[in-house]
Design a protein around this ligand. Structure first.
Ligand code: KIV
Length: 279
């Protein structure tokens, strides 16, 4: 993509040059996979803030406002306590900071499981309040709302699954994950995130569904890839084993903060008997 972004940090808005690109549509993403083949892999990263969206937008097809913001932004122990209000605020910020990628917002745990009516109310609120293009959930429902599904290691269900280990080693569990993916596909999901499964299962799921699969911790055999941006940037010391770190940004930030602090502390003040003379 050759577009250059001018980033106007004073008004928190990206200004692409030349003229603003059209945002990728959900049908355009869905149509990347034809007869079981995806010629151009789908690139997705998480984004939680307007500034982060501005920096990632031109390089991605999809920006995911994941409920991983519970851990990444709020320091929560899991994504379970994340609320609809949190997702709506961050979803709107990411939409404001992007022009090109389609924006998908997670419905958090508790916002859709009770009934299709509850799911519809939460999903439509998210579309209205954020301007996002689709929602993601780990459970199926469809009523004119573009849905991205999520199977395998769904972090929202970590309390039931009992941890973050890769799923699908047992045949029975693998069959259940494939059945969930097929059900999501038949219900009209435009894409399915496949998280934390062994490679042979990622291949089986990708072959079993007509819509694109987007892997995370699921090998390179899916139709696309997503990573938590802060993980691939090297913002945390500990990341899941499958994450490739493309930078060590936390070291850059720590070094900059250290240099800044040292410079401030090295300032000399006027002595008690001197009056300060502005320049
Ligand atoms: O919440 C999130 O960031 C996600 C990714 C792990 C796919 O669902």
């Amino acid at each position: 993509m050759s577009t250059t972004y001018q980033l106007d940090t004073s008004i928190s808005r990206a200004h692409p040059t030349p003229a603003p690109m059209r945002r990728l549509s959900i049908p355009a993403i869905r149509q990347r996979k034809v007869d079981g083949l995806t010629a151009e892999p789908i690139v997705m990263l998480t984004a939680y803030t307007a500034r982060q969206a501005q920096l990632l937008d031109a390089h991605c097809d999809l920006l995911l406002v994941g409920d991983s913001l519970g851990q990444v932004i709020y320091g929560l122990p899991s994504s379970v306590p994340v609320t609809l209000d949190m997702m709506a605020a961050h979803g709107a910020a990411v939409v404001r900071g992007s022009w090109h990628s389609a924006v998908v917002v997670d419905l958090p745990f508790g916002a859709y499981e009770a009934s299709p009516q509850v799911a519809f109310a939460s999903a439509s609120r998210m579309l209205k309040e954020t301007g996002c293009d689709a929602i993601k959930l780990a459970f199926l429902c469809q009523r004119g709302i573009p849905v991205m599904g999520h199977v395998g290691l769904t972090p929202q269900a970590v309390n039931v699954l009992g941890g973050y280990a890769a799923r699908g080693r047992e045949r029975a569990e693998a069959d259940k994950i494939i059945a969930d993916a097929v059900a999501l596909d038949r219900a009209g999901a435009f894409a399915i995130v496949v998280e934390g499964v062994i490679e042979p299962l990622a291949i089986e799921v990708t072959r079993a569904v007509s819509c694109p699969t987007i892997g995370i911790g699921a090998s390179a055999q899916c139709d696309g890839q997503v990573l938590v941006t802060d993980d691939m940037l090297g913002m945390f010391e500990r990341v899941p084993r499958f994450v490739k770190r493309f930078e060590e940004v936390s070291e850059v930030v720590a070094r900059a903060a250290q240099n800044y602090a040292a410079e401030v502390r090295a300032r000399t003040f006027p002595g008690p008997d001197q009056t300060y003379q502005p320049k």
